[in-house]
Write a protein that binds this ligand. Sequence first.
Ligand SMILES: [Zn+2]
Length: 416
Amino acid sequence: MEIDLRRLQGDLRDLGRIGLREADGGVYRMAFTDADTEAKRWLSARMEAAGLEVRMDGAGNVIGCRPGKNRETPVLVIGSHIDTVPCAGALDGALGVLTGLEVLRAMADDGVELDRGVELIAFSDEEGRFGGMFGSQAFAGMVTPETLNTAVDPAGVMLSEAMRAQGLDPWRALEARRDPGSVAAYLELHIEQGPVLDAAGESVGLVEAITGLFKWTVTLRGEPNHAGTTPMDMRRDAFMGVADFVHEIPRLLDENGSDLSRATVGRVDLLPGAANTVPGTAAFTLDARDTDEGVLRELEMAMRKALSAIARRRRLMFEFEESSWIAPVACDRGILGLLEEGVGELGLSHRRMPSGAAHDAQIMASVAPVAMIFVASREGRSHSPAEWSSWDDIAAGARLMRHAVEGMEGVLAGRG
Ligand SMILES: [Zn+2]
């Protein structure tokens, strides 16, 4: 049971050239740009050459189908995305799509036929030019007319304009919704984007759960005053409140979280923002994550209590706004078992692990059972031209993917 690594290397190289800027060596293939469209055309041609039935749905998702013997059976969906952040590396998203392509090609070469059809999908705007996961959300029926009317990129370009500029009718994105009964499972291979596997010298990770998160914007209000004339004990310094809170984060996680909990204050804005003025207002972001929904709810509660205690102590007003809440997703135990069997059979070094980053699989979990394979990222680098994985690890991931696709029937049969 093998894959053709050289063919996969060739595809990765060719796709990596689309949107590449020589100046910084980064890939710029943001969703619904010319480079993104060029990449989708290239991928469609490669899928056709591999004998897949290719189409693009209303959300701009590129879909290559390898029909099974039974056309009525719900399909197995595999895939990821080929859009990128600005100045990206060559593997984020692309590796999952091109590995899927190679697996289907290698199976065709060997004359493998499956009862169940397999659809390889490159989802649109996973990286978030217009908010993220647009393609998989459209597939899952989460895109609404409001999404289409309001989504804008950081430069103020409307999603609908950007889609029209690429020859797409944005309203057709509403037609990309698929009946959950038509999908049996979703399997995604992705680079780890973190340092854990590389540091341990392991090739692949079997994802047990994808982290959930909440994001808040917190505002603390005190009183702006003269930095020289206001005695220290008479201040209502909003930044002191931020400092107290950030300092308490490790304790809050120790007492209320799990060893998979993370919390980050990534941005602080101070007003008036002058060197000689006590900051009267501090607005900051809080991003907290865990793979267990109950733990996440406890963290939410603990953070709220801590903030109100700090506000009281520092004589500040505090308010917060939840800008997003994404529930964690547990991967399918049956498919995990199949992957576990695969790494054993193929002799691959591996570990079970959580995914700290969000992926299309998180959205697809609302449609079907999901699972993910991680491939070790060299030094954990990602969202950077330095992003890379060794060919050995890439080959390991691809072989495991093939094993899973061919063995999936054993897990899915009889589930209805
Ligand atoms: Zn990605």
